[in-house]
Write a protein that binds this ligand. Structure first.
Ligand SMILES: Cc1cc2nc3c(=O)[nH]c(=O)nc-3n(C[C@H](O)[C@H](O)[C@H](O)COP(=O)(O)OP(=O)(O)OC[C@H]3O[C@@H](n4cnc5c(N)ncnc54)[C@H](O)[C@@H]3O)c2cc1C
Length: 502
C-alpha cells in the first residue's frame, strides 16, 4: 500500500491486487458481535512529525491518519519473582530506568546505548542505499554496507555478552525480541538496534484502530485514478525475456504491466515466479520467521483499566530465559505453559472506541509457536478444519486462558468472547509462508543478502514491504518507499527530499 501511495504521489496510476476480501494485510481488523480486534498492530514507534517515518505516512495519507500516544510508558516486562520493569518514552528516561534497576552496570548500559545509536544509524543508511540503482549509488552503497557490516553480522547475544555482565540485564535488554521474532543468539544486532531506536521516543496507536490505515493509504491511490481490487489472487508473475510482463490471476485473467511491485514477501514472490525466479534466489538464505498464536478476548461488564489493562504492552516471561522463543507444543502431547505471553488492550488505546453501557473492551494475548504442529491442516478449509484441529485449538485456548487468568485475575471472569488464531489462520488471511508473523527471519544472513534488494534482476519487478526492510509497520512503510524509489529514482528522490525537508 505504501508503494502504491508513493507511486500515486509521483503521478502514477496503480492497480493494487489483494487476495483477501479486505485490503491491508496485517493492518486488517475483524469483528464479532460487539467487539473488533486488530491482528497485526499493537504499537508503532516514530509516528510523529519529528521522525521521517511519521512525516512520510502523514504525507502518503494526506493527513487522513491520526496517531495517539500510548503514554509515557510503552512496554512493561514481567519476569519471575515479581520483577517488573517499564520502558519509558525518552532516551534519557530509558537510560535512567536501566541504571536505577542495574546501578552496577552503568558503564555497560552506556556502551550499549551508544552502540545502539551507531548501529541503527549505519543500518538505516545501508537500507537507504540499497534502494538506489547501482549506477546511482556508485561507491556509496558499498561504503554503507561496509559501515553496517559489523552490526549486521553480529548476533544480539554476542553484543550483549560483550557489554553486559549481569545476565538479568541481558534478559531485560533482549526481552523485546518479540518485535522482530528471532531470539538473541540468532538475531542480527542491526535488527535489534533498529527496533530499540524505533521505540526510543515512545509508541503510538492509530486512531480508529488499524482499520483506518488501509483506507487512508488507498484513498491516495484512488485520488491519482488508481484502483484497489480485492479477492484477486496473483498466481503468477509473468516474465518475458527477463522482463516483467504482468501478472496472471488464479481465475486465469492476465493483466499486462511493465512494472510489478510484489509486497507479498520474498518467498511467495519466488513461488509466483516459478522457473523465472532469478537463480541467485535459490542460494540465498530465505527462511520464514516464527509463527504465533493470538487469543482474541472480548470483555463486557468490567472496568478493564481498574483490573490491570494498560494502554502499554505487557509481556509476561515464565523465566529469565529470553532464548526459548517458541512454545513447544504438539496435538498429541500435554501442554505446558507458553514461555512468554504478550498482552495488549486495543480498545483502551483507541480514543474513538465507545465501550457503551456494557463496558465492552478487547484484549489480545500472543505467543510464539513453531509452524510444524499446524502444518497438517494447511490445505484444509477455514472454519472446517476438522475435529482434531478444533480440539487442539480448544486445548491451546484453555491453556492460554489459564495463563491469562494468572496475570489478570480481575478480568478473566468477564471474558465474553475468546477466539484463537493459529499459524494456519495467519496463512489463510495473509498468505504468509508457514504462517510467519513477520515474514523473513531476521538473522544476519538476511541483512547481508544482496539478492534481497527492491530492484530485482528481472527488469520491471520490484520487491516491496517488510521483507526488503525490517518487520513492523514502519519497516513495511520503508520497504514500500524504497521499492517505489528504486523504480523512479529521480522523481522518488525528489519526493523523499521534500518529505525530509518538512
Ligand atoms: C500478531 C502480530 C502483531 C504485530 N504487531 C505489530 C506491532 O505492534 N507493531 C508493528 O509495527 N508491527 C506489528 N506487526 C508486524 C506488521 O503488522 C507487519 O510487519 C507489516 O504489516 C507487514 O506489512 P507488509 O506490507 O510487508 O506485508 P503484509 O501486511 O503481509 O501484506 C502483504 C499482502 O499481500 C497479500 N498477498 C499475498 N500474496 C498474494 C497474492 N498471491 N495475491 C494477492 N495478494 C497477495 C496479502 O493478503 C497481504 O494483504 C505485527 C504482526 C503480527 C502478525
Amino acid at each position: 500500500m505504501t508503494t502504491a501511495a508513493t507511486l500515486a504521489k509521483l503521478g502514477r496510476r496503480v492497480l493494487v491486487l489483494e487476495q483477501h476480501v479486505i485490503p491491508g494485510g496485517f493492518t486488517q481488523t475483524f469483528k464479532r458481535p460487539g467487539h473488533h480486534w486488530d491482528v497485526g498492530v499493537h504499537i508503532v514507534g516514530e509516528m510523529t512529525e519529528r521522525s521521517f517515518a511519521g512525516r512520510l505516512l502523514a504525507d502518503l495519507t494526506d493527513g487522513r491518519l491520526a496517531w495517539e500516544s500510548v503514554g509515557p510508558v510503552y512496554d512493561e516486562f514481567n519476569f519471575p519473582d515479581g520483577f517488573t520493569i517499564q520502558f519509558p518514552d525518552s532516551p534519557e528516561a530509558f537510560r535512567e530506568t536501566l541504571i536505577e534497576f542495574f546501578p552496577h552496570q552503568r558503564q555497560g548500559i552506556d556502551e550499549y546505548l551508544s552502540l545502539v545509536r551507531r548501529a541503527s544509524r549505519a543500518s538505516g543508511q545501508n537500507f537507504q542505499m540499497r534502494a538506489l540503482p547501482r549506477y546511482l549509488a556508485s561507491g556509496r552503497r558499498q561504503r554503507a554496507a561496509d559501515a553496517a557490516h559489523p552490526h549486521v553480522s553480529a548476533t544480539t547475544q554476542s553484543v550483549l555478552e560483550s557489554l553486559v555482565d549481569d545476565p538479568q540485564l541481558r534478559s531485560v535488554l533482549a526481552a523485546q525480541w518479540g518485535y522482530y521474532g528471532v531470539p538473541p543468539s540468532r538475531s542480527s544486532f542491526a535488527m535489534h538496534a533498529l527496533m530499540v531506536r524505533h521505540f526510543l521516543h515512545g509508541a503510538y496507536y492509530p486512531v480508529g484502530s488499524a482499520a483506518s490505515m488501509a483506507p487512508a493509504l488507498l484513498q491516495t491511490v484512488a485520488d491519482a485514478s488508481g484502483w484497489t481490487a480485492v479477492r484477486r489472487t496473483v498466481e503468477r508473475i509473468d516474465v518475458k525475456r527477463r522482463r516483467v510482463a504482468g501478472v496472471t490471476l488464479d481465475d486465469g485473467t492476465t493483466i499486462e504491466s511493465r512494472q510489478v511491485f510484489s509486497a507479498a514477501g520474498a518467498i511467495p514472490t519466488a513461488s509466483m515466479l516459478g522457473d523465472d525466479a532469478p537463480d541467485a534466489w535459490s542460494d540465498a538464505y530465505r527462511e520464514p520467521g516464527p509463527a504465533h498464536l493470538s487469543l482474541y478476548l472480548g470483555f463486557s461488564g468490567v472496568d478493564v483499566a481498574s483490573n490491570g489493562a494498560k494502554r502499554y504492552c505487557q509481556w509476561y516471561y515464565e523465566s529469565w530465559d529470553t532464548e526459548t522463543i517458541g512454545w513447544d507444543i504438539a496435538p498429541d502431547r500435554e501442554l505446558g505453559s507458553a514461555p512468554v505471553l504478550f498482552c495488549s488492550f486495543p480498545s483502551i488505546k483507541d480514543p474513538q472506541h465507545d465501550p457503551g453501557p456494557d463496558q465492552r473492551h478487547t484484549g489480545e494475548a500472543i505467543t510464539f509457536v513453531p509452524w510444524e504442529p499446524f502444518s497438517a491442516w494447511k490445505d484444509s478449509r477455514w472454519q472446517r478444519r476438522g475435529p482434531e484441529y478444533d480440539e487442539f485449538k480448544a486445548r491451546l485456548t484453555d491453556a492460554l486462558l489459564g495463563q491469562y487468568r494468572d496475570s489478570y485475575p480481575g478480568l478473566a471472569p468477564h471474558v465474553q468472547h475468546a477466539e484463537l488464531s493459529t499459524p494456519v489462520s495467519t496463512h489463510h488471511f495473509t498468505y504468509a509462508p508457514h504462517g510467519s508473523i513477520y515474514g523473513l527471519s531476521t538473522e544476519p544472513e538476511r541483512f547481508g543478502d544482496d539478492t534481497l534488494l527492491p530492484a530485482t534482476s528481472i527488469s520491471g519487478l520490484y520487491l516491496s514491504g517488510a521483507d526488503v526492510s525490517t518487520p513492523g509497520i514502519a519497516g513495511a512503510l520503508m520497504g514500500g518507499l524504497v521499492a517505489a524509489v528504486a523504480a523512479s529514482p529521480f522523481a522518488g528522490g525528489r519526493y523523499v527530499r521534500a518529505v525530509m525537508a518538512r
